[in-house]
Design a binder for this molecule. Structure first.
Ligand code: FAD
Ligand code: NAD
Length: 465
């Protein structure tokens, strides 16, 4: 069998693996990246962040054209939907970006090895199904595992890849379902539920907890729920789904305490699980935790010498930018001895309309950690730019340490919250106080002025409240 040797082998070309590979090559290491799928870019580019955002943008334009232009005095004729064209655009965006990773690999001299990797122990990796069907052995001084995650399901639900499916199917329905039942009011359920609601489906979300978006600030989540309900999504909270089955006409979903629901399609969005099947972890001595996530220390080192892990396959929020930052920090440590990820300043965005974005601690998390805090909020209805956009729903919330005034967290529900959170992330990263943010000059009229006003509100000084 042919053997190839490198300083570093990365398993998985998602946003964790491909970023790690590029940074390692920049630092002078010889690098191979092994990827089982034909397209590079992982879940994020193929069936995650990018296709979902493409559909969110397209469906929002459809919604705008149908319902939101008249108020601006823009009169359009009958608005139609060409779902196939919408899907083709999404695929074009995905193809362009995945090809972009391939050219970045080429530019950085990274060997792309196609095939499924299995650890053999001692720095050896078997790669099956490479181009031409050959088996290859790769040896490397260091190995970074970045195999990502796969959708989870729940007992009682057999995914059939069609009527009862996950986000992967919901990113590619060939027609708008008349009634879509979404199981789970987390990020995927709300983003993809929004897409299909805008395109004309009746959408019912069943959520086990008494709230949506666990982990999000309570006030923001409550306000977001109210807005999503107003948009026409039906929610059953406190509804633990126990089963779903296809019945020829579509599917029937069963949840505790409610009558069975008949629908056309079911989107199971109850979280994701580490993608470690067939990776050979046991043989290589790589330990996992009780949830099957690979256990790592602060340097991303696993229990096997020379083997590291990053991204969705280790504990932490499953976010593409977290995976990328870990990839950089992990390989920088190999070469420079130093690498760091600011987990306290890690932003997260839900790309619904309005968007929901957050960085740092919520008010509830600060209280649970025993930190006395002061809170400033500012509603977008007091923001001039939001008025001109005709998008006044939502608010900004700044949570600051009561003793030091250091910003602990910023939470935004509102138009373009995902772009605005960048300023908040820099503020948290640089340990800014609410006073710093309040004193910084913000251009007028911008949505970001709501951030400044929320910072001023920590001291009861908001101007337009
Ligand atoms: P992945 O992206 O999962 O990549 C792992 C790669 O490893 C895959 O390509 C896989 O084929 C390959 N692989 C696995 N095992 C092997 C093996 N044995 N041999 C060879 N190759 C292997 N995050 C955000 O930050 N923003 C978003 O807007 C966002 N939207 C999302 C929308 C959806 C619908 C989904 C499902 C996820 C979304 N996420 C988003 C989460 C994001 O996609 C993940 O956090 C991110 O992709 C994790 O990166 P990763 O590199 O750890 O793993
Ligand atoms: P999630 O963890 O965000 O939400 C899952 C929801 O399902 C939870 O609210 C949970 O209480 C509920 N649930 C679990 N079992 C249930 C049951 N039996 N009945 C009813 N409800 C049940 O998971 P997700 O939405 O599948 O997303 C997976 C991951 O992908 C997330 O960790 C997220 O970080 C990532 N992602 C991120 C983005 C983004 O950053 N914009 C977008 C999509 C996905």
């Amino acid at each position: 069998m042919e053997t190839k040797s490198y300083d570093l082998a990365v398993i998985g070309a998602g946003p964790g693996g491909y970023v790690a590979a590029i940074r390692a090559a920049q630092l002078g290491l010889s690098v191979a990246c092994i990827e089982a799928e034909a397209a590079l870019g992982g879940t994020c580019l193929r069936v995650g962040c990018i296709p979902s955002k493409a559909l969110l943008e397209s469906s929002e334009k459809y919604e705008e054209a149908r319902h939101q232009l008249a108020v601006h005095g823009v009169i359009v004729g009958e608005v139609g939907l060409d779902l196939a064209a919408m899907m083709r655009r999404k695929e074009k965006v995905v193809a362009m970006l995945t090809r972009g990773i391939a050219s970045l690999f080429k530019k950085n001299g990274i060997a792309t090895i196609r095939g499924r990797a299995t650890l053999l122990g001692g720095g050896r990796i078997a790669v099956a199904g490479t181009d031409g069907g050959r088996e290859l052995e790769v040896t490397a001084a260091r190995i970074v595992l970045a195999p990502g995650s796969v959708p989870s399901t729940i007992p009682g639900i057999a995914l059939d890849g069609d009527c009862i499916g996950t986000s992967t199917e919901a990113l590619a329905y060939s027609e708008v379902p008349a009634h879509l039942v979404v199981i789970g009011a987390g990020v995927i359920g709300l983003e993809l539920g929004s897409v299909w609601r805008r395109l004309g489906a009746q959408v019912t979300v069943l959520e086990y907890l008494p709230r949506i978006l666990p982990g999000t600030d309570d006030q923001i989540a409550e306000e977001a729920l109210r807005l999503f309900q107003k948009q026409g999504i039906a929610f059953h909270l406190g509804a633990r789904v126990t089963g779903a089955r296809a019945d020829g006409r579509g599917a029937v979903v069963e949840a505790e305490g409610m009558a069975p629901l008949q629908c056309d399609r079911v989107l199971v969005a109850v979280g994701r699980a580490p993608n470690t099947a067939g990776l050979g972890l046991e043989a290589a001595g790589v330990a996992v935790d009780r949830r099957g996530l690979i256990a790592v220390d602060a340097q991303y080192a696993t229990s096997a010498p020379g083997v590291y892990a990053i991204g969705d396959v280790i504990a932490g929020p499953m976010l593409a930018h977290r995976a990328g930052e870990e990839g950089i920090a992990c390989v920088e440590r190999f070469v420079t001895g130093y690498g760091h990820v600011s987990y306290d300043a890690l932003p997260a965005v839900v790309y619904t309309h309005p968007e929901i974005a957050a960085v740092g601690k919520t008010e509830q998390q600060a209280a649970a950690a025993g930190i006395a805090c002061r809170v400033g909020t500012f509603p977008f209805r007091g923001n001039g730019r939001a008025r001109t956009l005709e998008q006044v729903d939502g608010l900004v919330k700044v949570v600051a340490d009561a003793r030091t005034d250091r910003i602990l967290g910023i939470h935004i529900l509102g138009p373009r919250a995902g772009d605005m959170i960048a300023e908040a992330a820099v503020a948290v990263e640089l340990a800014a106080s609410s006073e710093d943010l309040a004193r910084a000059v913000h251009a007028h009229p911008t949505l970001a002025e709501a951030l400044k006003e929320a910072a001023l509100a920590v001291d009861g000084r908001a101007i337009h409240a």
